[in-house]
Ligand binder design. Structure first.
Ligand code: 5GP
Length: 190
């Protein structure tokens, strides 16, 4: 006997969008308010920011360890982001979460989302968009964690990322974090 529709394996959801649109904040809110959603912890070669916890926000690894993960084919996808550091999704935990029937979310950049689409086309691809380009620039500058050159680099990346919206299955506009999260969770349930 086949199970009712509600018990079918939950889909993998990939959340991407331009720099500073608020993906990290959306993910943090989701982690706090929706513990039923499994969120992938990426590996990265960048240094932790204040408040970031190894194994919670990222697995902070050195170049040698990242090389090892790539060589062992441990990563579902990986990319160099902002020409600065490597980021990748450990494959095993994602597959385990899906096998357990959990709703799983990857919050990754556009290059990574494209790789996942090739490998797991059944995933749902959600584009997190800012209310407007001006608002995105405001958020990017407002964050104030980067110097001028770094901000320019991130703006360049953001322009290219905004142009990728049509590649996605659905767009969620990040007017406010709680509303964007609820929309995302609704999508993950549907
Ligand atoms: P941040 O350094 O600000 O935490 O993240 C920088 C960018 O890296 C964000 O756009 C984020 O989506 C992306 N990112 C985080 N983890 C991964 C990952 O595992 N793979 C890829 N491709 N991008 C990631």
């Amino acid at each position: 006997m086949s199970e009712p529709a509600a018990a079918t394996p939950t889909r993998l959801t990939v959340l991407a969008g331009p720099t500073a649109v608020g993906k990290g904040t959306v993910t943090a809110w989701l982690r706090e308010h929706h513990p039923e959603v499994w969120i992938s912890v990426s590996a990265t070669t960048r240094k932790p920011r204040p408040g970031e916890v190894d194994g919670v926000h990222y697995h902070f690894v050195d170049d040698a360890e990242f090389d090892r993960m790539v060589a062992a084919d441990d990563l579902l996808e990986w990319a160099v982001v902002h020409k600065l550091a490597r980021y990748g999704t450990p494959r095993g935990p994602v597959l385990e979460a899906l096998e357990q029937g959990r709703s799983a979310l990857l919050e990754i950049d556009l290059q990574g989302a494209r790789q996942v689409r090739e490998r797991m086309p059944e995933a749902r691809f959600v584009f997190l968009a800012p209310p407007s380009w001006d608002e995105l620039v405001r958020r990017l500058v407002g964050r104030g964690t980067e110097d001028e050159a770094e901000r320019e680099r991130r703006l360049d990346t953001a322009r290219a990322e905004m142009a990728a919206e049509p590649e996605f299955d659905v767009t969620v506009v990040n007017h406010t974090i709680p509303a964007a999260v609820e929309e995302l969770v609704e999508l993950m349930r549907s």
